[in-house]
Design a protein around this ligand. Sequence first.
Ligand code: DAH
Length: 341
Amino acid sequence: MIGQLNAIEQEALAALRAVEAGDALENWRVAYLGKKSPLMTILGDLRALSREERPAVGKRGNEVKNALEAAFAERVEAIRREELQHSLTAGALDVTLPGRPIPHGRLHPHTLILREMYSIWAEMGFQVYRARDVETDEFNFELLNIPQHHPARDMWDTFYTTTPGVILRTHTSPGQIHAMREYCPQPIRVILPGMCYRYEQISASKGIQFLQMEGLAVGKNIRLGDLLGTMSEFNRRIFGPERKSRFRASYFPFTEPSVEVDVSCANCGGSGCNVCKHTGWLEIAGAGMVHPIVLKNGGYDPAVYSGFAFGLGPERIAMLKWGISDIRYFWSNDLRFLEQF
Ligand code: DAH
């Protein structure tokens, strides 16, 4: 029986040395110190032994049990230390490494150009007036002197909604009526920035969704010269003091007379190049003196008041300033484009 105990001890200690990890440890404990282990079976059955054998077997049995328990505790501790050491080296962190840069967001070129334009117009006394994107046919067309079936409607390919008479605005001009009706009879100097929508073939220069910035000045004794001077000054401030302005007679139903505003090409200085299609000039706005019918629709007496209005294309201005070749970049969400600003 003593021999059996010695053998158990030898075998258990050898097995314990081979144990490497947590769950194997528990298996070892059950096998050698568990209730049904050979050692415990012997210790639990001492009474079956003869009186002579009993004390020696009991003593040796307890010695083996103590030895195994001590060895087990030691192995548990050793494995715990090994595992800790392993996790320290494997997950080692070099605290002297430089930190990783935190990526910074940037302002979208839409935002940048709008802010630049806001500040120029603010310096000239124009405040921002916000009008709605979803408009009625009445405001988008009729009150702007574009009745049903007027041929000028062909200038604006319209997105309709399922509600009759409700459309997506094709230009920011309907905001003129909202502003006039709100401020009448006070003098007005506002810009009206916002998205416009047109049912068009998308191309490098045309989108179905794009920005416009309307401008409106209403008061007494406002004349065409005020419009020309104001637009020339805007061109100098946004494109640089060297820039010249040119005005060409044009037609819009809501202005009379109407003009198109050109700025001298910054790329070639006016001598002609690819950017200006060899004309030396770039078109940046439509403008004119507010039509008497439109003034009246806004609540102003055209015999007493007059005004000018203009419609600028912020994307086009951004494209000219920053050499952007395709308007589709603005909606592309391409970081290679956006990170340049
Ligand atoms: N609403 C015009 C368009 O979208 C642009 C425009 C032209 C606005 C002349 C004006 C203006 O205020 O006077 O094509």
